[in-house]
Design a protein around this ligand. Sequence first.
Ligand code: FDA
Length: 397
Amino acid sequence: MKHFDTVILGAGAAGMFCAGSVLRADPAHRVLVIDHARAPGEKIRISGGGRSNFTNLATERGRFLSDNPRFCASALAGYRPGDFVALVDAAGIAWHEKTLGQLFCDGSARQLVDMLLHRMRQAELWLETAIGGVTQQGDAFRIETARGPVLAKNCVVATGGKSIPKMGATGFGYDLARQFGLRLVEPRAGLVPLTFAEQDLDLCRPLAGLSVEAEVSHGSGKRATRFRDGLLFTHRGLSGPAILQISSFWRPGEEISVDLAPSLDLAADLREQRGKAGRMALNTALARLLPARLAEAIIAELRLDGTRLADQPNAVLDRLAHRVHRWQLRPVGSEGWRTAEVTVGGVDCRDLEAKHMQARAVSGLYFIGEVVDVTGWLGGYNFQWAWASGHAAAMGI
Ligand code: FDA
């Protein structure tokens, strides 16, 4: 049987990064990384449209969802976006800031995978290797694999969440957590398009493919969460960054509110136009303020086709503005694991210690990355969590 100091389950962002950090601290440490996929870091490779949004300069704990919102702070403070940028620079990988602190590679995200592989080059990497059970044997872990059993002092679970099963995602980490007595926050799909009932699709379907700047909100009062970003109409509902962001907060049965023209005061703008050009058709006036397809669809829905601006009393203009600024929707669901970028929920942070991500009750067992109940907003935060939590575990090993 082969013996290692540390076995890492999962060669994704968190697992590879953790392996590299362990070896940087102690090059003699015997590390094995196991993955059932054919290639390591597949999600890195396809992320950000192939250029990977690998971190966000605005990283702070408020950009993460968790039942224990303070938990992630320690790991995030121990490894900051600038630390990862320094690695990327040292590897000669060119990058740029897109918007809102989001950093992307100028070229292919494969460069990042190569950098991470180089950083962990002293580790053994077993790909296309199924993992069977993990049990405790004395003060070590025995891991059954398709290449035979291995023994290790430390076992790091970095098998990610359930999103995109086609790319190798499984609930393995959750099962393992349960087996060792850790609690779970029910995993659900996050950063995912939302789907709607027939009556709401009447508007969405004809507009499929249209993208607008929108403000999408969830909840009310002080607890409301809002995102202003792109919104995309689809045949089954809504997508685009603003919707993906809100999807992580939304739960079945709840409503969301959409402002389809957040930088306008539509009622005031239409009144002003009525004063200046009352003979203008209402749909023409609206199409000056909104994308023409959207203006037409809303006018048709409110049965205001063929009317002139001058014929509309304030009440009608207010109704129209309300329809645009305060579209209330109750999604029937989401596109699910098939397209979700992340999993919200996971291993309950109450059962992990925040400094090194070690299970409180099982010495030597660590959980890092997306398998943990820490989920970032869209925009590079999830990779930063993978790097930071991987680094935190490595410092504890
Ligand atoms: P990750 O999923 O990366 O790795 C888990 C590994 O474990 C995989 O290699 C898998 O094969 C392996 N595994 C799972 N089950 C196993 C089993 N039973 N046996 C053996 N191996 C097993 N984030 C971001 O910050 N910026 C971005 O631009 C994007 N873009 C993006 C695009 C798309 C399409 C997706 C799906 C996701 C993103 N993300 C993102 C999210 C980001 O990819 C994700 O949060 C991290 O990859 C999580 O890293 P982990 O290492 O925890 O899991």
